[in-house]
Design a protein around this ligand. Sequence first.
Ligand SMILES: *Cc1c(COP(=O)(O)O)cnc(C)c1O
Length: 356
Amino acid sequence: MSHMFVPGPVDVAPEVLAAQTKPMIPHRSKDFEAIFKSTEERAKKIFYTESRVFQGSHSGSGMQEAGIRNFVEESVLSCINGSFSQRWNDVAIANGKQADKIEVEYGEAITPDMLRDALKKKHYEAVTIVHNETSTGVENPLKELCHVVHETSPDTLILVDAVSSLAGVKIEMDALGIDFLMTSSQKCFALPPGLALAGTSDRAMAKAATVKNRGWYFDLVLMEKHRLKDSTPMTPAMSLIYALDVQLDRILAEGLDKRFARHAAMSKYMQDWAIAHGMEPLAKEPYRSKTVVTIKNEHKWDISALNKFLQTKDMRIANGYGKIKDLTYRVATMGETQLADVKALTEAMEEFMKQA
Ligand SMILES: *Cc1c(COP(=O)(O)O)cnc(C)c1O
């Protein structure tokens, strides 16, 4: 039974945890390289890409930095509608880039019109979009936003953070023309934290080769040289790759379409429950996330008291995040979680309501 309704780290299946106890072998060995190659091959199916998927030994934020260092020489446009898209803008500025932004209120989605206007005013090498804002529970209209970039500024690279949605929501990287699509292990992939994956297009790699000052640890041109030999420049987090190896088989055995439908059904159930109990989700239709439900704390619950109560039943939800910390709470519906688990959670929350 799943009990972590927190948007990462989430519950990890026992056999996936166990895979991490496999003995070490040299990372530059045929045996490890075979695993590393096959995890990439299977990951490509979840990214819907024929290109490549980098497997980095660091959390998702590292891939935000990699995206900036490799694909932006000078100017980037950050689309901001929550804490994680704000972070990507902070990362760009911290790396000395000229990062302009378009911004909407927390709870809103970035609109195709505002993106088109910004791209008409100025040329950018890249645009950053967070597909699923984990702070607000808003899913941006990715397909429409990608379309606007291709139409308005065809050579601008599209960098997408799908940390809290990839493997829970279908994102067809190649079909949408996304250049860099990244995620981390501890959310919809339901792995322990510490691994980040990034699908990367050929044209993004061509651009990276021209960008100066890419650094070393996140240099994707160097990573690519080693990737072609099923390896990495540095020692990878081998135990996590063992876990990924097992988890990819589990994900593909469930079937991607079934997995996406399960996530959509769980979030819909949670949203409907909240509305029926007088609490609106922060996001409006059709922008409600399928993996994390951010709910307005309209009954002014003490969320830490609620969590204390839930923990007596071995369950846990999340506070709001960032500037809406106390105004909202969040229920993640991702990874191993099943609809029956979410129903058990709402039953427990109803019990809490009666005594509150
Ligand atoms: C969790 C999260 C991140 C940060 O990922 P880490 O793996 O913690 O570095 C970035 N973006 C989004 C949308 C997230 O949900």
